[in-house]
Design a protein around this ligand. Structure first.
Ligand SMILES: NC(=O)c1ccc[n+]([C@@H]2O[C@H](COP(=O)([O-])OP(=O)(O)OC[C@H]3O[C@@H](n4cnc5c(N)ncnc54)[C@H](O)[C@@H]3O)[C@@H](O)[C@H]2O)c1
Length: 276
């Protein structure tokens, strides 16, 4: 069967686990050559090998998206291996929660950088392979190939969320970034959309009391949300349950697919109805 992304090349950041891993696998199953990337090299390699084992095409280019040199590194590796780029999914990130009065500058800057600064630098680094590539195709009289960027936002960004001043600000900021890129690059047939997730079963929403940790620049950060918040949020989801990483990836694929060829600047809520 023909895949929806046959012949396309996709970069997915934060693809070592959770939503990013499910997205990389789904895009590969739809025929895309996927550049799997994560802060943690070992899960990044594991997802790329799993895709290859299942007959798909993937390489792993691990690294920290907040490292200023990283966007150039991953673009270079992508072009060296596959020669082109069609889809960029800015998904990597984590939470470092705190109420306003307790949020430090370090906590603020780290979360703004991973969820806002890094996607901006990734998009800017993609200019030669997306915007300029489309311009060259147009100059040759051709219709530019389908290209798109999908940024990951959150209901915390759309509605605000107590205890997430840094994360909510970044996740709303990415909405402005998405719409700006959509307006600037639409003329080159490059679409830019965002997906705002509600509660998706990954380590980010496990009960904080027993949640995992992430170490960023030597700082150990507790992930997860308090159990009572999880319970409260689930009660407010019309579908009555949290989502799976595969369902989240479905929202991303939908926007990357040919069925979304006339959709740009849109924020797709994949939330089970939370917040409507
Ligand atoms: N799970 C949810 O309910 C939910 C809701 C809304 C938005 N989101 C967003 O979805 C995205 C994916 O999160 P997830 O739930 O799959 O979490 P996850 O922790 O399962 O996966 C996130 C991945 O990003 C990687 N990562 C973190 N910081 C990085 C960095 N600096 N450089 C490179 N990689 C980095 C991690 O190593 C991890 O593998 C995030 O942007 C998150 O904010 C998640």
């Amino acid at each position: 069967m023909k895949g929806m992304l046959d012949g396309q090349v996709a970069i997915v950041t934060g693809a070592g686990r959770g939503i990013g891993a499910a997205t990389a696998k789904l895009m590969a199953a739809q025929g895309a050559s996927v550049v799997v990337s994560d802060l943690d090299a070992s899960p990044s390699e594991a997802i790329a090998s799993e895709i290859r084992r299942d007959g798909g095409k993937a390489i792993s280019v691990p690294g920290d998206v907040t490292n200023l040199a990283f966007p150039e590194t991953i673009m270079k590796a992508t072009i060296e291996k596959y020669g082109m780029l069609h889809i960029l999914v800015n998904n990597a990130g984590y939470t470092w929660d705190g109420v306003v009065q307790k949020t430090t500058d370090e906590q603020w800057n780290a979360i703004i950088d991973v969820h806002l600064g890094a996607p901006f630098r990734m998009i800017r680094a993609a200019v030669p392979y997306m915007r300029e590539a489309a311009k060259t195709e147009m100059a040759a009289g051709a219709t530019p190939e389908p290209r798109c960027i999908i940024n990951v936002s959150s209901t915390s960004g759309l509605h605000g969320n107590a205890g997430q001043i840094n994360y909510a600000s970044a996740k709303m900021g990415i909405v402005g970034m998405t719409k700006t890129v959509a307006k600037e690059w639409g003329q080159f047939n490059i679409r830019c959309n965002a997906v705002a997730f509600g509660t998706i079963e990954t380590r980010l929403i496990q009960p904080k009391e027993e949640g995992e940790q992430i170490t960023m620049q030597g700082q150990v950060i507790q992930l997860g949300i308090p159990q009572h918040m999880r319970d409260m949020m689930t009660m407010m989801i019309p579908l009555g349950r949290t989502g799976t990483p595969e369902e989240a990836a479905g929202g991303i694929l939908l926007l990357a697919s040919p069925f979304a060829s006339y959709i740009t600047g849109h924020i797709l809520e994949v939330t089970g109805g939370f917040g409507i």
